[in-house]
Write a protein that binds this ligand. Structure first.
Ligand code: UDP
Ligand code: MG
Length: 337
């Protein structure tokens, strides 16, 4: 047994020596979530791998294929990239938030950059992020310089969402922040240690704290393909964010109930006094009908809000993992001897 152990150890040392495998952590990991990005993934990886090679001596790229059905994963595997590329293929589409988490959990770098796979985020900003990181900032994130590329409705909707989200939120959650950011290992470890499964990443980045710096970025139009965030997906993400970071929509019903009950008592007293003074007055069915509809509506609405929060509790309690990994491969060039 002891002999075998020795042989294994010697072989390991020899292999490392011969192939000159460096087992220390990479300086930088790039995490790239990709869902049906066959049109842009090759160009993205080409650019990122060349950039990574120029920025730091040791880097890795982690592509999280979030259940693509257009051959994105095959394109990643078929490529010959300048730095090691690890492909995590999720078993189906779990959504960007989960894809990012899968990437963060597998990233080994001393710092991690999250980047989209659609060429919207120019890589020149990574230099600025690294610069700020070296000055001592633990999170350097991209914030949209403007939203001119979005429709009026989307701009107003986003603004309203962040206003609601920030009412009573423990920490301010910035409105224009992107997932595009550089984070120190400490921050990544903190995010990975959080226990919740359903995640609203933009809230969590703010919640973990740390020394943070925002860089305004000018986004490019998509390099190909189309946006994966339609109205329904955005709405679902918004609901996840609201339920994860606020509790005022739950609590406000106590106040509303109290105000309505007080108003009803006052109105009752008024009606009683009027009947005593002026006699019995039968008409008034319209007041009754309006009151019934009004209170009915209020009750259904409050039950609906309760339902939203309960659904989140239900999902968390089930304890299912946020994603499943179907394949984990690293595509690396043979080391030059
Ligand atoms: N994405 C993902 N899973 C999804 C939806 C999106 O991994 O379910 C990835 C997508 O491939 C892209 C990034 O998240 O790399 C941002 O998506 P998109 O560009 O569609 O969002 P937008 O820029 O329009 O907000
Ligand atoms: Mg995009």
């Amino acid at each position: 047994m002891g002999r075998m152990h020795e042989i294994t150890r010697d072989t390991a040392i020899m292999t490392r020596h011969v192939l000159r495998i460096d087992t220390s952590a990479p300086d930088l990991s790039f995490v790239i979530p990709a869902y049906n990005e066959a049109e842009t993934i090759v160009e993205t990886l080409d650019r990122v791998s060349r950039k990574a090679g120029r920025l730091v001596p040791r880097s890795e790229i982690i592509v999280v294929d979030d259940g693509s059905r257009d051959g994105t994963a095959d394109l990643v595997q078929a490529g010959d990239w300048a730095v090691p590329v690890r492909l995590l293929r999720l078993s189906r589409n779990f959504g960007k938030e989960q894809a990012i988490m899968a990437g963060l959990r597998h990233a080994a770098g001393k710092a991690v950059v999250i980047l989209d796979a659609d060429l919207q985020e120019p890589l020149r900003y990574v230099d600025a992020m690294l610069q700020k990181y070296r000055e001592g900032h633990e999170i350097v994130y991209a914030v949209r310089a403007h939203r001119d590329d979005e429709s009026w409705l989307k701009r107003r909707g986003t603004a309203a969402f962040y206003r609601f989200l920030n009412i009573g939120s423990e920490v301010p959650i910035p409105a224009g922040a992107r997932d595009f950011r550089l984070m120190d290992r400490k921050v990544v470890d903190a995010l990975c240690a959080l226990p919740e499964t359903n995640r609203f990443m933009k809230g969590l980045y703010a919640w973990v704290g740390f020394r943070t710096f925002a860089i305004p970025v000018e986004l490019q139009p998509r390099g190909g393909g189309s946006t994966k965030f339609g109205f329904r997906r955005l709405l679902r993400l918004g609901m996840t964010g609201l339920t994860a970071f606020t509790d005022w929509p739950l609590r406000m019903w106590t106040g509303i109930g109290m105000v309505l009950a007080s108003m009803s008592i006052l109105y009752g007293l008024f009606l009683a006094a009027r009947t005593l003074l002026l006699g019995h007055d039968l008409p008034g069915w319209s007041t009754l009908a309006v009151a019934i509809f009004f209170f009915g509506g209020i009750q259904v609405m409050s039950i609906g809000v309760l339902g939203e929060y309960l659904a989140c509790v239900f999902n968390e309690v089930k304890g299912r993992p946020g994603y499943l990994i179907a394949q984990d491969v690293t595509i690396a060039r043979a080391p030059e001897c």
